[in-house]
Write a protein that binds this ligand. Structure first.
Ligand SMILES: *Cc1c(COP(=O)(O)O)cnc(C)c1O
Length: 396
């Protein structure tokens, strides 16, 4: 199947067919190649393959047919030239950044980041002589002012976790490129369906495939996408030689997850919008943030940059931590879990879970109040979800 044929297809079609490699058995569903290595017909073939003169697989740390199908399907969806899969989303983030950087370089990142991403840029990279400046990602002046002569890369996520702020990809990419730096975007919250950072100038997009791409709470995984050159220069060798690789089994689960991604995410997004509407105007809701609503503070940017909202809603319950805990504990369908993008609706209280590592002042700076919860809408019937949320609210 040629890549040029793929390009004419709409995303739903790519997600079912792109990247498929059929074995000589002609199987309908993608095969799971649960193998560590590959045998060579003879010594000369082995030699040629190691020299890179004959195409083919060698060892599953860096190449496996099932993992390759997942990578190619992701690349087709994202409109990227190349992709590499990793064992987790954090492996994807770490490889995408570390692969470009060396001691003496400098990185600029938005401070509203998934907890472990913030650890990587704020605590981990500086240990190797790569200092980081954290900025308010929505303030373009802060990005400009943070640039130093040795700035190599910019990093942010959008919408952000957990307050669903949106960062202007095109504007930040321009500042990065003017400074001779690259831009890496963590696109998990938008999903590849609703936002395409490469189109707005990003050099690299990373995903935790653990979230919507699996979508049924089973496997961890990650993926890094960019131009062939970006992947060859920064990503390929680091994965090959250090091994943060995706298991073929997990790649197979994620590959099958891609087939149903639009069906699931569209339904979840519709439910999230319905829940947000039900919550709006409730007296015990003191703040409501949903990227699909016209009252989102960055609605104009969202209309420009995203094609739909999200399956995530953030809202603040009156009564601070006690109010939020009462609300969460009264829910019967929505389960308490820090994960997201699952078939099951999940809710988390960031101040005491994902963001408890931050000081109260750092949390306040990010808008993470003690009453804030983040809800990931699942695949249950939206009327059941609305009933569950309103019943729990009545218990606060
Ligand atoms: C979950 C998540 C990650 C980390 O992914 P893992 O698969 O858990 O390692 C990174 N960024 C964002 C925005 C996430 O939601």
């Amino acid at each position: 199947m040629s890549a040029s044929a793929d390009r004419k297809w709409r995303p739903e079609t790519r997600l079912v067919h792109s990247g498929t490699l059929r074995s000589s058995f002609g199987e309908t569903s993608e095969a799971l190649f649960l193998t560590q290595g590959f045998v060579y017909e003879n010594s000369a073939t082995a030699e040629a393959r190691f020299k890179g003169e004959s195409p083919g697989f060698q060892y599953s740390r860096f190449s496996n047919p099932t993992v390759a199908m997942f990578e190619q399907r992701m690349a087709a969806l994202e409109g990227a030239e190349a992709a590499r899969a990793t064992a987790t989303g954090m492996a994807a983030v770490t490889v995408a950044l570390l692969g470009q950087l060396k001691a003496g370089d400098h990185i600029v990142a938005a401070k509203a980041l998934f907890g472990s991403c913030r650890y990587v840029v704020e605590d981990f990279l500086p240990r190797y002589g790569i200092p980081c400046t954290l900025v308010d990602g929505t303030d373009l002046d802060q990005w400009r002012k943070a640039v130093r002569p040795n700035t190599r890369t910019f990093f942010f996520e959008s919408p952000t976790n957990p307050t669903l702020e949106v960062i202007d990809i095109e504007a930040v990419a321009k500042i990065a490129h003017d400074a001779g730096a690259t831009l890496v975007v963590d696109n998990v919250f938008a999903t590849p369906l609703y936002q395409s950072p490469l189109k707005f100038g990003a050099d690299c997009v990373v995903y935790s495939a653990t979230k919507h791409i699996d979508g049924q709470g089973r496997c961890l995984g990650g993926v890094i996408l960019g131009s062939e050159k970006f992947i060859q220069d920064n990503v390929h060798t680091l994965i090959r030689q250090t091994g943060p690789s995706l298991s073929p089994f997990n790649a197979w689960v994620l590959l099958k997850g891609l087939e149903t991604l639009p069906v699931r995410v569209e339904r979840q997004t519709r439910s999230a919008g319905t829940i947000a509407t039900a919550l709006a105007g409730q007296k015990k809701i003191t703040r409501l943030i949903y990227p699909g609503r016209p009252d989102h503070p960055q609605a104009a940017l969202i209309a420009r940059q995203m094609t739909a909202g999200s399956n995530l809603i953030a809202f603040e319950i009156a009564g601070g931590k006690a109010g939020a805990f009462r609300f969460q504990d009264a829910l019967r369908i929505v389960r308490i879990s820090n994960n997201l993008g699952d078939a099951k609706s999940l809710i988390t209280h960031p101040a005491t879970t994902t963001h408890q590592r931050l000081t109260p002042a750092q949390r306040a700076e990010l808008g993470i109040s003690d009453g804030l919860v983040r809800l990931s809408a699942g695949l249950e019937h939206q009327d059941d979800l609305v009933e569950d949320v309103l019943t729990a609210l009545a218990a606060v």
